[in-house]
Design a protein around this ligand. Structure first.
Ligand code: XMP
Length: 516
């Protein structure tokens, strides 16, 4: 946990798919938040000293046999509490209200009327839509409670305990389908918990810099750069803390996109003047991948080879005791699927970058409390180039899993050229930031085409673009037809070896984002 003096909100997770979203909403309002297990003890809460507590939603019914509960003592701590959905039902039940399954199950956008005299709904519109998703609801309120909002089917859409700072809402203020939701969360933080709002990215940078200095002392840190935003921000932050005692290793495995290697070298060696060890290992990787068609085998070979190359280079950097990793908060939170008994414990995820513990380094993980959007803000504040900070995620095995079948140099060149055109046109159309991930895939299929007077038998390029927030589920992005048209004609005209372009319109699940 973050140090106990810092202003923070604890989110007790009851298995909600939205727990991370709640945490992000709180942080977007400049208050630090942490997700913890609903099993957290009173002593642990007191030690954490939060300004407020949020009880998350969850899929269980409070009457189910193994329904997750929290220590009932939390209501007596004098810390403001906001219960959301399941968190409302549980909190209200603990305080004497009756919860029952409803006959009219509410799901989706629902009209709601708020008591705007209440601190929770201060300065809101009286009537607005909220997002509901519940089977149970509070049906009888004891006299110690007052109702703060209602919908057609739900007389107690929001309630407050008259003597305690216990508030609860049946709907989900954290999702974007509740347009006033962010305002409600802000009211909870500022009107009810009395937060000052000290979670700002520049103060995080200062704090993190001093923590890195404290951890590393006079030591040297090695950081692997992948070309992605997480490792780039990690390196920039550590560089700010310890300057030239940071050494970076960048392995060009030959499976990167066009210009990627050049960009990394330019940014870190020239702009930041970081001690950068850029290793051209293209031939090594290609040699190992010869004849391999199985995707999982490709992944294993690439992962293993990366460790070998990295180890060899790291050995040359004498006296390095520390290894930097771009571990993020979602990697740190271990969520156990709801029905197995929801719990979120803070777990050290020590293998995120694929480097084994046997390397014997002590880890430096300056991003381990951050969400991706926060990492990007820090990257911008540290002066990293915009294209790098907003870059779409790129898988470790790189283009190897975007070539169906064997990976060869000619195939990589075709794919790199096609991919460059896709990205260029998506940027030109101003779509890059609204798409979560966008790329080309090479299908070495030999489909027939006519070029001039002759038939050609050449490769297919598939274009994939998805929108998603968590990459667990994804929808295909609606790229306008005229942009698709330009992408298609440019690829067919400019990339030798391709005579057909198709657009992938599959959702995840059941399809995955990558093709292999
Ligand atoms: P899928 O294809 O599973 O992808 O829907 C979800 C996200 O994970 C990325 N991905 C990988 N990242 N190594 C990685 O570092 C891998 O082997 C790998 N496979 C998929 C994918 O690009 C997407 O962002």
């Amino acid at each position: 946990m973050m140090d106990d003096k810092k202003e923070k909100i604890l989110i007790l997770d009851f298995g909600s798919q939205y727990a991370q979203l709640i945490a992000r909403r709180v942080r977007e309002n400049n208050v630090y938040s942490e997700i913890v297990s609903h099993k957290i003890t009173i002593a642990e809460i007191q030690k954490a000293n939060p300004k407020g507590i949020i009880l998350s939603g969850g899929p269980a019914s409070v009457y189910a046999k193994n329904a997750p509960r929290c220590d009932e003592g939390i209501a007596a701590l004098g810390i403001p509490i906001l219960g959301i959905c399941y968190g409302m039902q549980l909190g209200c039940q603990m305080l004497g209200a009756t919860v029952r399954p409803t006959t009219a199950r509410e799901y989706g956008k629902t009209a709601c009327t708020f008591n705007t005299e209440s601190k929770l709904f201060k300065a809101l519109a009286r009537d607005a839509v909220v997002w509901m998703s519940h089977g149970d609801q509070v049906v009888e309120l004891p006299a110690e409670f007052e109702s703060l909002a209602f919908t057609n089917n739900c007389p107690f859409a929001a309630v407050k305990h008259r003597r305690k700072d216990f508030y609860a809402v049946q709907f989900h203020p954290e999702v974007s389908h509740t347009p006033q939701g962010n305002h409600i969360i802000r009211n909870f933080l500022y009107e009810i918990c009395g937060c000052a709002g000290d979670w700002k990215m520049h103060s995080y940078i200062e704090k993190s810099v001093s923590e890195i200095r404290k951890q590393v002392g006079e030591g040297r840190v090695i950081c692997g750069l992948s070309g992605g935003v997480d490792s780039a921000v990690t390196a920039a932050l550590i560089h700010r803390a310890i300057g030239n005692r940071l050494s970076c290793i960048f392995v060009d495995n030959g499976l990167l996109r066009n210009y990627e290697a050049d960009e990394v070298i330019k940014t870190f060696k020239e702009n930041f003047t970081i001690d950068l060890h850029a290793i051209d290992a293209q031939n090594r990787f290609l040699e190992k991948l010869k004849g391999v068609t199985d995707p999982e085998k490709k992944r294993k070979i690439i992962g293993h080879e990366f460790i070998e190359v990295f180890k060899e280079e790291a050995k040359k950097i004498s006296q390095a005791k520390f290894l930097a990793q771009g571990t993020l908060y979602p990697d740190v939170i271990e969520s156990i699927p709801a029905h197995g008994g929801p719990t979120v414990t803070i777990k050290s995820h020590h293998n995120v970058g694929g480097l084994p513990a046997e390397l014997g380094f002590e880890l430096v993980e300056p991003l381990r409390l951050l969400f991706k959007d926060e990492v990007r803000k820090i990257g911008e504040a540290l002066g990293l180039p915009e294209e790098l900070v907003w870059r779409h995620p790129f898988p470790g095995p790189g283009l190897a899993i975007r070539i169906i079948g064997e990976v060869t140099k000619p195939r990589l060149d075709i794919l790199r050229n096609a991919d460059r055109i896709v990205i260029e046109e998506i940027r030109k159309a101003g779509l890059y930031r609204s798409i979560a991930q966008c790329f080309a895939v090479l299908l070495p299929l030999s489909t027939v085409g006519v070029m001039g007077d002759e038939r050609s038998y050449e490769n297919v390029i598939a274009v994939r673009a998805v929108e998603t927030t968590d990459f667990m589920t994804a929808n295909w992005y609606r790229i306008p037809y005229d942009v698709l048209e330009i992408i298609s004609s440019r690829i067919i005209n400019e990339v030798k070896g391709v005579n057909r372009v198709v657009y992938d319109i599959s959702t995840k699940p059941p399809s995955t984002i990558e093709w292999e």
